[in-house]
Write a protein that binds this ligand. Structure first.
Ligand SMILES: Nc1ncnc2c1ncn2[C@@H]1O[C@H](COP(=O)(O)OP(=O)(O)OP(=O)(O)O)[C@@H](O)[C@H]1O
Length: 257
């Protein structure tokens, strides 16, 4: 089995803060991986290391067996919605088009017909065509999140990394977004940082638990010992009503599911 992403012995420090300690994570091609952990546990940092946006002090990352430089165009990124300035006066179509330029964005750039056609195709695939000319400031949270996914897909990646894609959306948009990701997973490796434990139980096929160190990577049924190590609190505080499905060793009958 070839790995989509191989993170080996990565350590990241921000000044005195050790955000990642010796993290090794090998993600199979075609995986739909959820990364969970407490606030400040290093989840975003790990995504940024995989993207080459944060430089580790030790360790290495490979994507499909290649260096990050060689494989940069194989990865699409959907940042946390809070990192995105929705007051920027730009249309939905332009958000997707800009991503096709990579780092070479210029206000005076003229997009090729092929770029415009591709951006429109992606919007159509995500059922967003009717919003193409809408200013992003006029979108709902769920719509903006799907536009950001469209932007992540604009580079036609083989791997899609998403940071909290359902943090600010309601239950119906959440299920729409995960259904969409599940569909995209038919052709892409998907890695999602999330606090959404319901998603963990119903959508992901594997799970990584991170709190500076990686405590678990494998099946999505994790035991109480791991959750206490990772979160430092009882399971019930994080399970949001889905303890049985998520936590295999949890006592049956403790909760009404
Ligand atoms: N640019 C930075 N400079 C300094 N410290 C940082 C920087 N980015 C992150 N950190 C620190 O590194 C640690 C890990 O942060 P990170 O954002 O990776 O965690 P996270 O698991 O994504 O958190 P959350 O769930 O709250 O989004 C935190 O202590 C954070 O304050």
């Amino acid at each position: 089995m070839s790995y989509a992403v191989e993170v080996e012995n990565i350590t990241v420090k921000y000044g005195g803060i050790e955000a990642l300690k010796n993290v090794t994570l090998k993600v199979d091609k075609g995986a739909f991986l959820g990364i969970i952990g407490p606030n400040g546990g290093g989840k975003t940092t790990l995504l940024k290391v995989i993207l080459g946006l944060v430089e580790p002090i030790s360790g290495q990352v490979k994507v499909f067996g290649q260096s990050l430089k060689q494989a940069a165009d194989k990865i699409g990124y959907v940042p946390q919605i809070s990192e995105f300035d929705r007051n920027f006066p730009i249309s939905v179509l332009d958000v997707v088009l800009m991503a096709r330029l990579g780092g070479k964005f210029s206000l005076f750039h003229k997009y090729s017909k092929a770029d415009i056609a591709k951006a429109r195709d992606i919007l159509a695939e995500l059922n967003l065509s009717q919003l193409a000319d809408r200013q992003i400031g006029q979108l709902s949270g769920g719509q903006l999140q799907r536009v950001l996914i469209a932007r992540g897909l604009a580079v036609e990646p083989e791997i899609l990394l998403l940071d909290e894609p359902t943090a600010n959306v309601d239950a119906s948009s959440t299920s729409q977004i995960y259904t969409l990701l599940k569909r995209l997973n038919q052709t892409k490796t998907i890695i999602v940082v999330t606090h959404d434990m319901a998603a963990v139980s119903s959508y992901f096929d594997s799970l990584a638990c991170l709190n500076s160190k990686l405590y678990h990577h494998g099946g999505k049924e994790i035991d109480q010992e791991i959750t206490e190590q990772v979160f430092g609190c009882p399971v019930d505080l994080i399970a949001h009503g889905h303890p049985h499905r998520v936590f295999a060793s949890h006592q049956a009958g403790d909760h009404n599911d």
